[in-house]
Design a protein around this ligand. Sequence first.
Ligand SMILES: Nc1nc2c(c(=O)[nH]1)N[C@H]1C(S)=C(S)[C@@H](COP(=O)(O)O)O[C@H]1N2
Ligand SMILES: [Mo]
Length: 334
Amino acid sequence: MLIKSPRAWEIAENLATLESVYMNRRQFAKTVAAGTILAAGASMPFSAARAEEEVVTMANAQAAADPTADLYPAPLNAAYADAGRMITPAQDNLTYNNFYEFGSHKQIWQRAEDLQRRPWAVTFDGLVEEEMTVDIDTLIRAMALEERVYRHRCVEAWSMVVPWTGFPLKALVDYARPLGSAKYVVMQTFEDPGMAPGQEQFWYPWPYTEGVSIQEADNDLAFIVTGAYGQPMANQFGAPLRLHLPWKYGFKSVKSIVRISFTEERPTTFWEELVAKEYGFWANVNPEVSHPRWSQATEKVLGSNERIPTQLYNGYGEQVAYLYEGMDPEELFF
Ligand SMILES: Nc1nc2c(c(=O)[nH]1)N[C@H]1C(S)=C(S)[C@@H](COP(=O)(O)O)O[C@H]1N2
Ligand SMILES: [Mo]
């Protein structure tokens, strides 16, 4: 349960809206799913069916217009064909997103239509043999796309299962040709307050920045996403390029990446910079380590009324636990 601590959070509480209004929003999402009319609070009431139709139409139009649409559907990787749980219905996923660039709440799908997905370029810099900026279509076409069904666990204690399309992060690292001295891969989202009004909220440390160690980037699970549900992904998922690290809390999975830097120093990430006591760098999923303001023992399943137990490393421990052997557990799990 998401119980607010009685502690005074001063400014941080107001800023960390990610969780403080979470329960209300879950209620809101459920109401939408139940097919009732949205009333108070919504600027324009319309039925759930209409919203679902509209969001799916929008996602399909974005996918159809994408210059890489011919690459879909990509072959399913048999090792990740089944996440052991039902795939989250696309319309639930498409209408419930964290993408603070477009607002600090979950219903950003209409605003995210303004995301300009082309032209788009990705810059590789820092400790690399040669800095370069690559057009997104050149980059995607240099990779072998595959589909993988992954579980996703948000730090706010909700989860989903998504059929992503993309390629392993390690293929991107190889492409970038980092120097032997590189210890971290740092990824950043675009910065454009004119397009993404959330970035006018100056108290957030834009651009959204995330990072992993080189060893983590090398792990087969670390995945760069270009598509979802068998087509180029919708804007709100973080088109045209995002990360997904299924054993870590969702905030590590940075969206709409424009810059990939190789560093010797561990970066300070977006949420860490904002509220360091609540969001660490490693952020591995662990049901036994509570967030300072709520338990992480269970999770609400997006698109259903279920609440299920959360698993260590989100159930991917066999593949990733070795990465953290001998490290300070206090740092690893929040
Ligand atoms: N640039 C950017 N990336 C982001 C976020 C964000 O606000 N901005 N939110 C993160 C969080 S908290 C989660 S849970 C996931 C949500 O992904 P989804 O909207 O596809 O479910 O994106 C992550 N990546
Ligand atoms: Mo999240």
